[in-house]
Design a protein around this ligand. Structure first.
Ligand code: AMP
Length: 129
């Protein structure tokens, strides 16, 4: 059965899309640690980060970097942090999280956002790509 992220990539489940290319899809995390928290996912369904082949791994890092650079232009924060966990969804994804303090990367502090805010942030990051 497809993962929830494959369903998002295929448009079967809605997402706040940030960017896409041939191999990767980026969209906002629905339960964000901070405003603008973005997930970058390879379209190929692979469970664990270090099981990606080298090209896809390097491509994921490169695409994540591009997105982080765009996030920095539109989100006020000290820096963009990166985490790979995958304990909840078994489909590789990079978390890109705007950071001001250590708590922002700990997945305990969550922010509540309205749909129009998700929509506006996704579009503003996409605009800077
Ligand atoms: P983890 O697998 O532990 O790295 O966490 C999975 C992440 O995916 C969590 O931060 C969830 O909030 C996020 N997530 C799960 N379902 C969705 C969805 N439908 N749209 C956006 N983000 C999601």
């Amino acid at each position: 059965m497809s993962t929830i992220f494959t369903k998002i990539i295929n448009g079967e489940i809605p997402s706040y899309k940030v960017a896409e290319n041939e191999n990767f899809y980026a969209f906002l995390d629905i339960n964000p640690n901070a405003r603008g928290h973005t997930l970058v996912v390879p379209k190929k369904e692979v469970n664990r980060l270090f099981d990606l082949d080298e090209d896809l791994y390097n491509g994921l890092m490169s695409f994540s970097r591009e997105i982080a650079k765009s996030m920095e232009k539109v989100i006020k924060c000290d820096r963009i942090g990166m985490a790979v966990i995958g304990l909840e969804v078994p489909h590789v994804h990079v978390h890109l999280i705007p950071l001001n303090e250590m708590e922002d990367i700990q997945f305990t502090k969550k922010v509540k956002m309205e749909p129009h805010e998700f929509d506006a942030i996704a579009k503003s990051i996409a605009y800077k790509m």
